[in-house]
Each structure stands twice: as C-alpha cells, then as structure tokens.
Design a protein around this ligand. Structure first.
Ligand code: MRU
Length: 357
C-alpha cells in the first residue's frame, strides 16, 4: 500500500532486524519501529504495535527467523530455537496465523542438515510466509470483488485491511479490488471498542484509498442494517474451526446475528492459513482476555499533541475485556479465501483446493 507516495508492507525484515508500522500511533502519526531481536518482536506482538491475524503471523515468522539468527552455534542451537518459539507462541492466543507461522519456520529449521543451513532456511521460510500472506490478500480481493455490486453499502467490523496483513488485507481486500475496478462503494466502519481498530485503522486505510466511508459506534450497526442502509457485511477472522465457526474481534457475533435476522449477506474473508483443522468447532477456540484498563480508559491524542489516556469509568468499577467472540457457521453466508469462496461447512475443502482466480 502507498503511504505518502511510498510503497509499504506492514512488517518486513532486513538483516537481523524486523521493521513494522507502529499501529499504536495511527491514525495520528505514521511511524516505523525497528525491532533488533525476537524478544523485542514478541513484545510488539503482545502489546499490539502490530495487530490483525495476518500481520501477527508475518511478524511471528520473522521473529522465528531472528531466533535462528541469534541462536548460539553448537549444542545449544535447537534448545534456544525451541525456547524462542515458546516465547513467540505465548504472545497472543487466538490468531491461528501466529501458530501457523511459528510451526512452519520451526519445521524449516528442524529439517535443515546443519546450523548454517537452518539459519538460511528460517529467513527464507519467514519471507515466503510474508509473501504468501500478501499474495493471498490480493487473491481474496479478486474473488471477493465479485460479491460486491456497483453502488453497494458494506459494513465491516474491526480492521482486516492491509494493516492487519502484510498487504491488501482480508475483509477490505475485496473493497479495494472493487474500488480499483471502478465500482462505487460506501463502507460503514464499526469503531470497534475498546481498542478502536475500526475508527483508527480501517477509517485511516479507507481514507488513504479514497473510499467513501463513515465511522459508526458499534451499537449503531443494527440500526443501519434495520433501516436497510447496509447491503452486505464483510469481516475478517482470527481463527476458523473445522466446522466453519469463526473467531473474530469482539462484537462480530452480534453483527452476524442481526444480519441473519434481516437476511443481509454476512461474508468472512480470510486466507487458508487462518483455518485450524485441528479445532473441531468454535467453542474450542482459545479466546484472549485483555487488560480491563482497555475498557476503563480511553486512549488518544491529547491537546498537547502527545498520546495519552483518560479514565472513563468510576474509579471503583471493574471491567471484563474478551478480545474476540465466536460466530457460528450458520450465520455465515460464505468464507472468501485465496483459493475461492466456500460455504462455511465446507471450509476444509479450501485446504485441498488449488484455485487461482
Ligand atoms: O486484536 P487484534 O487487533 O489483533 O484483532 C484482530 C483483528 O484485526 C480482527 O479480529 C480482524 O477482524 C481479523 S484479523 C485480520
């Protein structure tokens, strides 16, 4: 994606260093951070400098490459690699792409005949993951654009655009592809409390692409659907279970239920790396619960130009903060992948499919 005339990926690696767009600063500042080792990259994943399943997966792959480059020669090499993998796996529990990436780079390391080859294989494998992630987003865009009629009004929840991947995105990729093909579109972006990914990231991306949109409070989505001002919904996913249930950002479930009640198509867009074939159904997906402070405080740009937070709840109140919820397959019209569009109950077929649009 082009930002201020320069083409960027969300996350990339040069030498031993991982670079990423600091998503904690958007939309107020566009800042690149450099992460010198796997521990720094793990902290960036945990603390959401990078977020969104695909971008987390790419960052985790690169962090594994850092592990391999840092590991000592000799007997300690594999022990260090496994310890690093455990640190990266422990950063966030829900996004399947994180585990997919760690496992793939680890397998490349373990298959290598010697340490020097293992280091090269780790870097190559992490790079391949990032490239596949970008290519998948582009293909999802091509498949998904066919579902967007000219003039349609689309509701999306959270951010599943190019910031949430290496490039393109999942839920926003069809919107970008349709827009570039000349279709007229309008997007309702749920603000996505408590972290505000819709208001801060989706709105910033759509503005950058010149796509007409408006931010709505999460609670307003049903209002606009009921008034027939939304023609279809597209959301991303952090993990897809074998039966087609999906986990996505908290609040997705209720949007899907309302869409189903009103007969509005509800699409999920995700690459096949988000499918967890070992997870039989949504109730088995681990759901991250984050700090109550994310609910009790609001963060933003203060009048003095610094980022800051203000408390918005009584000082004695507690809060609960599940970061994701599960939408059962029966509420999902179809899942758009880089290998085609599948009914949720047939999602495992995507793992065998080869299809390029
Ligand atoms: O907690 P986050 O910001 O990492 O949330 C993940 C997401 O961006 C969403 O759930 C998204 O809709 C699907 S992942 C591209």
């Amino acid at each position: 994606m082009i930002v201020n005339g320069t083409a960027y990926r969300t996350v990339w690696m040069e030498g031993n260093t991982v670079y990423m767009i600091n998503q904690l600063r958007l939309p107020h500042a566009f800042e690149i951070v450099a992460l010198p080792d796997h521990r720094a990259t793990a902290v960036a994943i945990r603390d959401m400098w990078v977020r969104g399943a695909g971008a987390i997966g790419a960052a985790a792959g690169y962090a594994m490459a850092q592990v391999a480059l840092e590991a000592p020669d000799g007997d300690g090499f594999l022990a260090y690699v496994h310890q690093g993998a455990a640190i990266i796996r422990a950063t966030r529990p829900t996004a399947q792409d994180l585990f997919y990436a760690v496992d793939r780079v680890l397998a490349a390391i373990e298959k290598a005949p010697d340490i020097s080859t293992a280091r090269q294989a780790a870097v190559r494998s992490a790079q391949a993951l990032a490239d596949e992630n970008a290519a998948a987003g582009e293909a999802i865009g091509r498949y998904g654009a066919s579902l967007l009629p000219d003039g349609c009004r689309v509701l999306t929840h959270c951010n599943a655009g190019w910031l949430a991947f290496v490039d393109w995105g999942s839920a926003l990729a069809p919107i970008y592809a349709a827009h570039r093909a000349g279709k007229r579109l309008f997007v309702y972006a749920d603000e996505t409390r408590p972290r505000g990914q819709g208001a801060q990231l989706t709105a910033w991306e759509l503005a950058n692409e010149g796509i007409p949109h408006t931010i709505i409070a999460d609670n307003a989505a049903g209002f606009f659907m009921q008034r027939r001002e939304v023609d279809l919904c597209i959301v991303g996913s952090d993990r897809i279970a074998a039966n087609g249930d999906i986990a996505n950002k908290i609040g997705t479930y209720e949007k899907a239920v309302v869409a189903h009640e009103l007969g509005i198509p509800f699409y999920v867009a995700a690459p096949t790396s988000t499918i967890d074939p070992a997870c039989p159904s949504g109730e088995h997906i681990p759901i991250e619960e984050r700090s109550p402070d994310e609910v009790l405080y609001a963060e933003g740009l203060l009048d003095d130009g610094q980022m800051g937070r203000v408390r918005i709840a009584p000082s004695g109140s507690t809060a609960r903060n599940p970061a994701f919820d599960v939408t059962p397959a029966r509420y999902i019209t179809a899942i758009i992948t880089e290998r085609g569009i599948f009914k949720p109950e047939h999602i495992l077929r995507a793992l065998e499919a080869s299809g390029a649009p």
